[in-house]
Design a protein around this ligand. Structure first.
Ligand code: FAD
Length: 417
């Protein structure tokens, strides 16, 4: 006999930034809703803090909390992971063996960091001078390398887009260079940025301020240059670029320090499911309402979605209330009522104590949270640094994950009832 199908009002897949924020926003609006969250990890991470860990500003523990302490009181945590989505049958299969049905589903499983896509990388991370702020356990190694390096070559890499927090690879580079400059070592350290993409930053308004720092730190920029292999013991990284005839050319570069931002894809469980978009394999949502384009009782948010916003926690902060409003409207038999404008934010830590605060929506439209006289995001400012180092972690833990929706009121198509 097969066990009866367990079912719930709302199933949330992923208890990261997007999942917990949506659960909190839903329960704030409707406290008696039956919400279950499938999340395998005992720990929850404030990933935006890892840049500051790698820059020696935060202790790593400041970015980690127990998942159990963050699940909203009235939600139920299922400590498992989804092994298969079956949206045609309104259910998911769990890795632990069970099956779970739902009336509505919110998918927020994040993305996959594809370390294995670069031969030689996985085995050498955390040693031989190879590091990455994209992992909790490695960000402290970044800071150790930065402190220890006195001369030689430091390479920073960025894979093809989309990636989460597209500014993070260069944030690590600027904070490291700033440390070396302040300690009089930068003149002996050759810093280079190998970016698979064609530009320093995707929104042109922020590039002039960033270029001032590229010049200050004398950083060599290599666009269209993709990391394809690492030999840790030999301290050699291999890059691929196209020559003038469009032919792929490989170049080996020796290094003392290598900071890698890994290639990123939709999670396999999403790519292999009916939720996936044909192009890219991300959860295919309507960019305005975040409702799935084929399955009306499914919503998606966060890094795993197809919407063309900057993949950031700041985006998830704005998306969660939109999903909560729209999901409840659909659950009640209506249509979505709230819109997401594509807002995402990338606080670029150009030096210790100053940040260029990029805030923009769909199509690169600038969406600053503050007027220029208060905080001009196109210039490096101390205010933006205080925002990132002091206010934003608090806005995350005490606001976003608790359903307070600070700086995140959803835009509605009709006035609130
Ligand atoms: P996550 O927060 O990654 O959560 C996904 C969750 O889903 C995880 O808990 C995971 O365990 C779970 N999961 C995965 N697979 C399954 C499954 N099959 N079943 C169930 N659960 C599953 N954002 C900013 O706004 N500002 C910044 O300055 C910033 N800097 C960053 C710097 C770095 C180095 C990094 C790595 C990220 C940074 N980000 C920043 C990005 C931000 O952290 C992410 O965009 C945000 O966490 C996305 O939220 P999410 O819910 O989509 O994914």
């Amino acid at each position: 006999m097969t066990a009866p199908l367990q079912t719930c009002d709302v199933l949330i897949v992923g208890g990261g930034a997007g999942g917990i924020a949506t659960a909190a926003s839903l329960l704030k609006r409707r406290p008696d809703l039956d919400v279950r969250i499938v999340e395998p990890s005992e720990d929850h991470f404030y990933q935006p803090g890892w840049t500051l860990v790698g820059g020696g500003v935060f202790r790593p523990e400041r970015t980690r909390r127990r998942t159990a302490d963050l699940i909203p009181g009235r939600a139920c945590w299922i400590r498992d992971s989804v092994a298969a989505f079956e949206p045609k049958h309104d259910r998911v299969r769990l890795a632990g063996g069970g099956t779970l049905g739902y009336r509505m589903m919110v998918a927020s499983p994040g993305l996959k960091l594809d370390w294995a896509a670069i031969p030689g990388l996985s085995g050498t991370l955390g040693q031989n001078g190879v590091t990455s702020n994209y992992r909790y356990d490695l960000a402290p190694y970044t800071w150790k390398l930065v402190q220890d390096l006195t001369h030689g070559r430091a390479l920073f890499t960025q894979p093809p887009m989309p990636i989460k927090c597209a500014g993070a690879p260069q944030k690590a580079m600027y904070l490291s260079s700033d440390h070396w400059l302040r300690n009089g070592r930068l003149k002996n350290i050759d810093v280079a940025f190998h970016n698979a993409g064609p530009v320093l930053f995707g929104v042109a308004d922020y590039v002039p301020a960033l270029m001032e720092y590229v010049e200050r730190y004398d950083i060599a920029l290599h666009f269209g240059s993709r990391l394809v292999a690492v030999d840790g013991p030999a301290r050699t990284a291999t890059f691929e670029s196209l020559d003038a005839d469009g032919k792929a050319v490989r170049t080996d570069r020796e290094f003392e320090m290598l900071h890698v931002c890994p290639p990123q894809t939709a999670p396999d469980v999403v790519r292999d499911s009916a939720l996936a978009a044909a192009a890219g394999g991300w959860i295919e949502v309507d960019p305005d309402t975040l409702r799935h384009v084929r399955f009306g009782n499914v919503f998606g948010l966060g890094d795993g979605c197809s919407s063309p916003n900057a993949k950031t926690a700041a985006a998830a902060r704005k998306q969660a209330p939109v999903v909560a409003e729209n999901l409840l409207a659909v659950l009640d038999g209506g249509d979505p009522v709230a819109f997401y404008d594509g807002y995402g934010s990338c606080p670029l830590t150009v030096e210790r104590g100053k940040i260029v605060l990029a805030e923009f929506g769909y199509g690169g439209k600038l969406l600053p949270s503050f007027p220029d006289w208060m905080l001009d995001g196109k210039r490096p400012t101390r205010r933006a640094w205080h925002l990132k180092a002091q206010a934003l972690p608090e806005i995350y833990w005490a606001g976003m994950l608790k359903g307070h929706e600070w700086l995140a009121k959803p835009q509605r198509t009709c006035p609130p009832v």
